[in-house]
Design a binder for this molecule. Structure first.
Ligand code: PEP
Length: 256
């Protein structure tokens, strides 16, 4: 029997799309989705500056809006930063935290990500927590250890009631924006390992109910193979989410 976990397809626009381009993308996506509705959870993460308009653009469609980051402090003298409460106040429901680009270019550590998860969940945001190994770590065979360390460090201090609001996204860094994708077998192997890690930390109920998304060059051509794996509960999509038809085709690649 298929599991009862929520399936989620999330779009990470990164630093792409001007305001008008972004709204046009959402309008196109709305039209496609209303022509063929989905029972799954669809999330879009535009840049901060588009969030409030994105919330209005998807009102009544069921699409949820996410931010791509937030600051760990509730407020303060942090020029250029955005707090979790601000995100919640404009209607964002999710926030992506720990993305490898934040780790690589902005020096974010698992300890910092843990603080951000606390800030986000304190304001009722759901978190898409990203983890995943580099190519060197996979080649060295340390990828399981690394992912376990990332998950344990970022999540271990939280109560199960907080973890219920966390979605894990496994994103092998070597597959992000490179056109290389984990094979369905590689993804399934790591997702099962992540579930086992969650079970060790929080018990079977949390482990069985936490959605684990795959991210890394997912596109219409490879989505069905990945999304058919028993422990792959959806996708976090970068490049292909910038084209409404591709993102829509990925949504409908989830097996019935
Ligand atoms: C991402 O950055 O989260 C991502 C998965 O990007 P892409 O789909 O472009 O590899």
């Amino acid at each position: 029997m298929p599991n009862q976990r929520k399936k989620i397809i999330a779009a990470n626009w990164k630093m792409h799309k001007t305001f008008h381009e972004g709204i046009a993308l959402l309008v196109e996506l709305n039209m496609l989705i209303s022509s063929k509705p989905t029972k799954h959870t669809i999330v879009v993460a535009p840049p901060y500056i588009h969030l409030q308009s994105a919330v209005h653009a998807v009102a009544d469609t069921g699409i949820k809006v996410a931010a791509q980051n937030c600051h760990q402090a509730p407020q303060g003298a942090y020029t250029g930063e955005v707090s979790a409460e601000m995100l919640q106040s404009v209607g964002a429901e999710y926030v992506i935290l720990g993305h490898s680009e934040r780790r690589q270019y902005f020096g974010e550590t698992d300890e910092l990500v843990a603080q951000k998860i606390k800030a986000a969940t304190d304001f009722g945001l759901k978190v898409i927590f990203c983890c995943g190994e580099s190519l060197a770590e996979r080649e060295a065979g340390t990828h399981f250890e690394l992912v376990k360390h990332q998950i344990t460090t970022a999540l271990k201090s939280f109560q199960p009631r907080v973890i219920k609001d966390v979605v894990v996204a496994y994103e092998p860094v070597w597959a992000i924006g490179t056109g290389l994708t984990a094979s369905p077998e590689q993804a399934q192997e790591m997702h099962a390992f992540i579930r086992e890690t969650l079970q060790g930390l929080f018990g079977a109920e949390i482990a069985n109910n936490t959605p684990i998304l795959y991210g890394g060059s997912m596109k219409p051509a490879n989505a069905n193979g990945l999304l058919s794996q028993p422990d792959v509960d959806g996708g976090l999509i970068g490049g292909a989410s910038l084209i409404a038809q591709d993102f829509f085709d990925i949504i409908h690649s989830i097996p019935a």
